[in-house]
Design a binder for this molecule. Structure first.
Ligand code: WQD
Length: 339
């Protein structure tokens, strides 16, 4: 049978991607589309970029706009959601906590309520390893007691808990992904992080090696780690994107609620990031040792066993892949997507 356009449209169900114009959101949107799914991106463009969405269906607006979310869900026949939209600057969250509680927590709660009304019952949520704070044991498992060291992390934990209650009291089912340190750029060099809006280590290292900053500051070299600098779990953003596809598969197949770490399981120090950058770029990275940053743990890396067991996911890209793609992206996009 040849279906009419309208009949075909009625059959197509889109995924709603909130925050899909951001760094992780745009790269994940691309991976979700590559998996054969159609999407609609919702983003305020406060921090995201229209260009990063490319030719994906796009609506500019806020997750807290209940009527808009309902309209988008109905027009696009949405049956599942990947929820990235949030503010994520840790320092700013300590200076302006209200902005974070309002946008992240209240906004998400309004989104969940609209999804309920629209009959959308599957959600993948973008959380953070920041909920572990200073883990007493590494690698850290999902069982560790949360110990948020910032308002930003607390907002993510509050949203996790809100979602937990929606999944207890309504037909909602969720996968919560606790990202470790998302890093790198798309392999084709077209999507990446805007270093003008990032406080994270790798964009700062790239700025220094590319001559856009005099030096990168190394926040402390007296931690109880092998070389004294902070140890983290850097995960390639495309590997992270594929974890979302696996989570959507899990929920579509009727899978149960999950909270999973998304990391490599390996710790890398600040000095090792600098060394890898020197290896990949063939240039010296100017750096300067400064004081520790308040609240920074010595080491935080994932036990990634659960996500491998439950979703069959494991990372495929190396630290050098992260550095190579980040270097290529920042070199060609010093103004992010405005370049
Ligand atoms: C990594 C390492 C720093 C900058 C934060 C959030 C987390 C997540 C990712 C998401 C640490 C050191 C850093 C610099 C440095 N946020 N460093 N010089 O702190 O692990 O995690 O970002 O949305 O929730 O807490 O990441 O990249 O800031 O730091 O020496 O200029 O690099 O001390 O050891 P972090 P980071």
């Amino acid at each position: 049978h040849v279906r009419s356009r309208r009949q075909r449209q009625m059959c197509i169900r889109d995924r709603l991607i909130t925050g899909g114009a951001g760094y992780i959101g745009s790269i994940t949107t691309r991976a979700i589309r590559a998996s054969g799914r159609s999407v609609v991106v919702l983003d305020t463009l406060e921090n995201g970029h229209r260009k990063a969405v490319g030719d994906a269906p796009f609506v500019q607006g806020d997750i807290a706009d209940t009527q808009l979310v309902l309209d988008v869900c109905r027009t696009h026949n949405v049956d599942e959601v990947v929820h990235f939209a949030a503010y994520k600057a840790v320092g700013e969250s300590m200076e302006n906590p209200g902005k974070y509680f309002h946008n992240n927590v209240t906004g998400s709660q309004k989104l969940f309520e609209a999804l309920q009304q629209a009959g959308v019952h599957r959600i993948v949520f973008s959380s953070t390893a920041g909920v572990y704070g200073n883990p007493t044991v590494v690698p850290v498992t999902e069982e560790a007691t949360p110990d948020c060291q910032s308002v930003y992390a607390e907002t993510k934990l509050m949203i996790e808990r809100t979602l937990g209650w929606y999944s207890t009291t309504t037909p909602m089912r969720h996968v919560i992904l606790r990202y470790f340190n998302a890093a790198g750029a798309s392999t084709d060099g077209t999507l990446g992080e805007d270093w003008r809006h990032s406080q994270n280590l790798i964009p700062h290292v790239m700025k220094a090696v590319l001559g856009f900053a005099p030096a990168v500051q190394v926040f402390g070299n007296d931690f109880p780690t092998t070389d004294g600098t902070g140890v983290r779990d850097y995960i390639h953003v495309e590997d992270l994107a594929h974890a979302h596809v696996a989570a959507l598969d899990h929920l579509a197949q009727g899978g149960h609620n999950l909270t999973c770490n998304v990391g490599t399981g390996f710790g890398t120090s600040v000095m090792q990031i600098i060394e890898a950058t020197e290896r990949v770029s063939g240039k010296k990275v100017p750096y300067q040792i400064t004081a520790r940053r308040p609240g920074d743990p010595a080491a935080c890396f994932a036990d990634a066993g659960l996500i491998h067991k439950e979703l069959g996911w494991s990372p495929t890209q190396s630290l050098d892949d992260i550095i190579r793609t980040a270097y290529a992206w920042h070199q060609s996009h010093p103004q992010g997507h405005d370049s």
